[in-house]
Ligand binder design. Structure first.
Ligand code: PRF
Ligand code: ZN
Length: 376
């Protein structure tokens, strides 16, 4: 993959271009979540009309159903879903972690029970790459061992040691597979762990970033229950140990405010279920903050969700109509709401990029907060 820094502005903000075999991605970028090889309620053409250059899929879910060998038969995620731009696939480390008692990591990998039928499976650093080769994702994530916060120093230390060990195995395996012609157009990212402890983060970042064959680096293990300020501080500290000349990805984050704050702290890439999940729950993003579309005050509201929004939903429909569709539980509601929320996130990232390239970050951030009634 090709990586280029196009411009920088205040503090650690940066605007970059990432080129994969399937698309050119301008950063900062938000990757909509498409766990099951679709962004819920939408299809590939919707994603193209939104201008999405990359979406995220999940190894854990697709491995269990329909199985990566079936997806491979249909030309990988691109052929199967017909989304022609890039896919990043998460490794399954986080999904196993989310299974709680139904997953158990050891030195060599993670044993887990399927949430479908309780069947037992074992993921190793190598096996999750084999699955991702079949999925054909443009960016593959390594298997990592993450821990809930707060946790003991011993457990966090173990998570770092394991994650580094697994990263070494992953990169060695990936190089050997590429020599055999497997995964040659696929990139691989390592995942920094270490909780909110500075020394642990430094240790994890320096160990992993010394493995220079990785195409990019992610910050994992955050947004798992720690206070927001601790997340920001950890990112601020960690990005200083990450290379300038490779993409930096903050996994599973976050709110629009989280994106702005972490772009300032040197992050290029984000993913989160928030815009899609919130849409389905009736929570819609606007320039002025969130609204709950089910609210009775929207019953006769003739305005779009956000007058400033240029999305398909806002160009065509009123809040009154969306309020009705939501209350009636109509499927159309999910599609229209999801289109709007993703459009909001992608537009915010495009505007952030423009502000960085115009060296206007401070002003941009001030405006962003001011519209939400916050003076900074
Ligand atoms: N590791 C992986 N996926 C993730 C995370 C992680 O730490 C997070 C943390 N917020 C989200 N998704 N593999
Ligand atoms: Zn809209």
């Amino acid at each position: 993959m090709q990586f280029k820094i196009d411009g920088k502005s205040f503090h650690k903000t940066r605007a970059c271009t990432i080129k994969t075999a399937h698309s050119t991605i301008q950063t900062p970028v938000f990757m909509p979540v498409g766990t099951q090889a679709t962004v819920k309620a939408l299809d590939a053409n919707d994603m193209l009309s939104l201008g999405a250059k990359i979406i995220l899929g999940n190894t854990y879910h697709l491995y269990l159903r329909p199985g990566s060998e079936i997806i491979k038969k249909f030309g990988g995620l691109h052929g199967f879903s017909k989304f022609p731009n890039s896919f990043l696939t998460d490794s399954g480390g986080f999904q196993a972690f989310s299974l709680g008692d139904n997953s158990k990591p050891d030195e060599n990998g993670i044993m887990f029970k399927s949430h479908h039928d309780g069947s037992k499976h074992y993921f190793t650093p190598e096996s999750v790459l084999d699955t991702q080769y079949e999925l054909g994702s443009d960016i593959m994530m390594i298997l990592d061992d993450l821990v809930a916060l707060p946790n003991t120093k011993e457990r966090i230390k173990k998570s770092i040691e394991r994650t580094t060990d697994w990263a070494e195995k992953a990169i060695t395996y990936h190089k050997s597979q590429q020599e055999k012609g497997i995964g040659i157009n696929q990139n691989i990212f390592a995942i920094i762990q270490g909780g909110t402890d500075k020394e642990f983060r430094k240790l994890s970042a320096t160990q992993l970033c010394a493995l220079t064959d990785f195409d990019g680096f992610a910050i994992g293990g955050l947004s798992v229950g720690e206070p927001n300020a601790a997340m920001y501080e950890t990112v601020e500290w960690t990005t200083d140990f990450m290379p300038e000349d490779k993409p930096r990805y903050l996994m599973g984050v976050g709110t629009p405010e989280d994106l702005i704050e972490n772009i300032e702290r040197g992050v290029d890439m984000f993913d989160c279920v928030m815009p899609t999940r919130n849409a389905r729950n009736g929570s819609l993003f606007t320039t002025y903050g969130k609204i709950a579309i089910k609210n009775a005050k929207f019953k006769e509201d003739a305005e779009p969700i956000d007058k400033a929004c240029e999305c398909y939903t806002c160009k065509n429909f009123t809040k009154a109509y969306l309020n009705h569709l939501f209350r009636a539980g109509e499927i159309t509601y999910y599609r229209l709401a999801t289109l709007h929320n993703i459009h909001y996130y992608l537009t915010l990232m495009r505007e952030a990029r423009e502000a960085i390239l115009a060296d206007n970050w401070v002003e941009f951030k001030k405006e962003f907060y001011k519209k939400r009634g916050i003076e900074i």
